[in-house]
Design a protein around this ligand. Structure first.
Ligand SMILES: [Zn+2]
Length: 490
């Protein structure tokens, strides 16, 4: 019996605003507990919320980037529940009139886990979105040895909830969805979306059913996932567990489960019987929002999206589709490349973007990852890398010597030309000096010269090697080759 898997994700994203959703408290990560609070976000009686328009603009911008329909009017509702992290006993959220509807996330190849990129079932699969709504984050509780502490710094942070359609079919697609979504959020500068810091959190709904059964299987939710790879592992475990239960003839029940990363398994948190009834109703303190003006303002911040950037890199810089994808995949890496390409184009003589891209994708990326650095804190700025490529392209040094120079640049921050001079690496390209070396070698190797003239082209490499030896490796091999060709065949 084959089983089909259905997965839908609910992703919470903290917005990158200066202040909280309904008060003027600053949004800063990692401050001492309870230092960023006021009567509004502490939920004190009589305190009134004031809407943060920037949070609405950023949510609309997210909707625009993901191809959603932006509602003309939305409103805020109270989601009632009793829990220590929410002293008002309700969270301000959006129930039946969310800001964004529809839209989708495209799963491009590089968004998948590396080990799964060769076995993608559907290229550029689009995962539909149900809605995006805006709400306030709740406080954070810490379980200490004998008590629980609550930090209200997080309470009231603007939080988007992005709900997908149940279009995902494998843990790898869920991984790709979160990676592609995060990339879009970073491109729009709407969130830092750092899952380790809780700026992006994910709940997974997953069900399994025998092939041929038209209705979905029993929906089981895995709560509060805080890493993309954790989501992949938790889903793989849960699919196997649910399939095992069905194969053993047991019935699954609707429930909420947690993920124990250390043990590598999910565990039961609560069953449907204990599910909340939130009794939503419109928040009487907040007027409905007409989005027309905010939509216009948000449109001005619409960035070039990754897919468009990939195409532009191929068209404008002549890169391969793969290289363009890798560069556009990381906003900072793309910015580095474009800065370098601009310097390269205005250099004299101009340097082609292709070798610049190669240096970024190979040596620079490798050196950065070996040093656990990102491209933002690269010790080799774009202009310095272009200088190195120019020195190599001009034939002053060989590609192999270029690697040596790059290592020195990366370690010391010195410029390529300075290192070349210091190490005496400059190749002799002066035709007069090279002519002499060539003449000397030709005179000493009469038999090989006769061989070449008799049609043995391979023998010319031997002569080239002799010239290089005579020059103690300083001769420019390209120029030497040209001179020998001319002398022997000209
Ligand atoms: Zn506050």
């Amino acid at each position: 019996m084959r089983y089909l898997t259905t997965i839908g994700l609910e992703v919470h994203v903290q917005l990158k605003t200066k202040t909280k959703m309904f008060c003027g408290c600053a949004v800063v990560y990692g401050m001492p507990p309870n230092t960023l609070t006021c009567p509004v976000c502490l939920g004190l009686p009589g305190a009134l919320p004031v809407m943060n328009k920037q949070a609405i603009r950023l949510t609309i911008l997210t909707g625009l980037m993901l191809g959603c329909r932006i509602a003309e009017t939305c409103k805020f509702d109270r989601k009632n529940y009793f829990y220590p992290d929410m002293p008002k006993n309700y969270q301000i959220s959006q129930y039946d009139m969310p800001l964004c509807l529809g839209g989708g996330v495209v799963l491009h190849d590089l968004a998948y886990p590396k080990d799964a990129q060769k076995s993608i079932a559907t290229a550029d699969k689009v995962i539909g979105l149900t809605r995006i709504h805006l709400e306030e984050d709740v406080a954070k509780s810490f379980h200490l040895e004998t008590a629980t502490g609550i930090d209200f710094d997080r309470a009231g942070t603007p939080l988007m909830e992005i709900v997908s359609e149940p279009d995902l079919e494998t843990p790898e697609e869920a991984f790709a969805y979160l990676t592609a979504l995060k990339q879009t959020l970073l491109y729009g500068i709407v969130s830092d979306a750092d899952m380790e810091k809780g700026q992006m959190r994910c709940d997974c709904n997953v069900s399994v059913r025998p092939e041929g059964q038209p209705e979905f299987g029993t929906k089981i939710e895995i709560k509060n996932m805080n890493s993309v790879s954790g989501v992949r592992r938790a889903l793989a475990y849960e699919i196997q567990r649910q399939t095992g239960e069905l194969e053993a003839g047991r019935k699954l029940q609707q429930e909420t489960r947690g993920w124990d990363e250390a043990a590598g398994r999910t565990f039961l948190m609560r069953t449907k019987e204990s599910a909340h009834d939130y009794r939503y109703f419109p928040d009487p303190d907040l007027l409905p929002v007409h989005t027309q003006d905010l939509l216009r303002e948000a449109q001005a911040f619409m960035p070039e999206l990754p897919a468009a950037k990939r195409q532009r890199y191929v068209a404008d810089y002549g890169l391969t589709a793969y290289d363009a994808s890798v560069l556009a995949d990381d906003l900072a890496l793309g910015t580095y490349f474009e800065e370098a390409a601009t310097v390269a184009a205005s250099a004299s003589p101009a340097v082609k973007p292709k070798p610049v891209a190669n240096w970024i994708l190979n040596d620079l990326t490798a050196a950065l990852s070996a040093d656990a650095k990102t491209v933002v804190d690269s010790p080799v700025p774009p202009a310095a890398l272009v200088e190195l490529v120019a020195v190599i392209e001009s034939g002053k040094i060989s590609g192999k010597q270029g690697k040596e120079v790059f290592t020195e640049m990366f370690g010391t921050g010195k410029a390529a030309l300075a290192i070349v001079k210091e190490k005496g690496l400059e190749q002799v390209s002066d035709a007069g000096a090279l002519e002499k070396f060539c003449d000397e070698v030709l005179a000493a190797n009469a038999r090989v010269v006769a061989d070449v003239k008799g049609g043995n082209d391979g023998a010319i490499n031997f002569l080239k090697g002799q010239v290089m030896k005579l020059s103690k490796g300083t001769a420019n091999p390209v120029v030497v080759g040209q001179i020998l060709e001319r002398k022997l065949k000209g």
